[in-house]
Design a binder for this molecule. Structure first.
Ligand code: ATP
Length: 201
């Protein structure tokens, strides 16, 4: 009997993609023994309070940041879709393209704590195992995943240590002229400089 394909889905604004994202997706590929991991930059993020950088820049940076990792598929479907990006739509499409596959939705604890506010969150849990990475500076959210309290069997915690990196910090460093070399890969740093991104708050 052939084993079901194991497919990971890792969505985000990636504004910009950083080294904690990369550590997280490498840990997920390895720990969950994924055949493929779709990295899905969001189009229109309904749940983020700020306007995101143009999708074409975020997609280009995601390619530079992760495309060399074996098993990664940079997936532009949410950027190509019109209207708000809903994870349930993405999961349904991927599930429809790979009948019988096991799906794993990868996210940091901050996103997992907000999961019950996502569109059709119970359907998300039926389609995918929520695979959570501890988020530094959010000890409260690391402890309080409401959806996990209700459906503990649909959650998995990755063994990755908490990493003190966020896109917010990177944008703020750039705007105030601070270095970002330890936070993003060299090609991403060069892309940001070449396109003058994040130079003001
Ligand atoms: P921002 O600071 O702009 O909110 P971010 O650093 O959280 O951005 P996103 O692109 O929003 O980056 O994150 C995509 C996914 O990666 C989310 O599930 C988020 O929880 C997760 N993530 C981002 N940074 C980390 C980190 N340092 N540790 C664990 N998970 C992370």
């Amino acid at each position: 009997m052939t084993q079901a394909r194991r497919i990971g889905v890792f969505g985000g604004a990636f504004d910009p993609p950083h080294l904690a994202h990369r550590a997280l997706l490498e840990a997920a590929l390895h720990e969950l023994k994924l055949d493929v991991l779709h990295v899905v930059p969001t189009g229109d993020a309904w749940h983020k309070p700020r306007v995101l950088t143009e999708a074409a820049h975020r997609l280009a940076m995601v390619q530079l940041a992760f495309a060399d990792v074996p098993g990664i598929c940079v997936d532009s479907r949410e950027i190509n879709r019109t209207g708000p990006s809903y994870t349930i739509d993405t999961l349904r499409e991927i599930a429809g393209q790979a009948p019988g596959a096991e799906l794993f939705l990868i996210m940091g604890a901050d996103q997992a704590a907000a999961l019950t506010s996502w569109r059709d969150w119970q359907a998300i849990l039926q389609l995918a195992i929520i695979s959570v990475a501890t988020r530094a500076h959010s000890l409260d959210t690391n402890d309080s995943i409401e959806a996990e309290r209700l459906f503990p069997e649909r959650f998995f915690h990755l063994g990755l240590p908490a990493l003190h990196v966020s896109a917010t910090q990177i944008r703020s460093n750039i705007a105030s002229g601070q270095p970002v070399q330890t936070l993003v890969s060299e090609p991403v740093a060069r892309y940001i400089a070449d396109h003058h991104l994040y130079q003001s708050h």
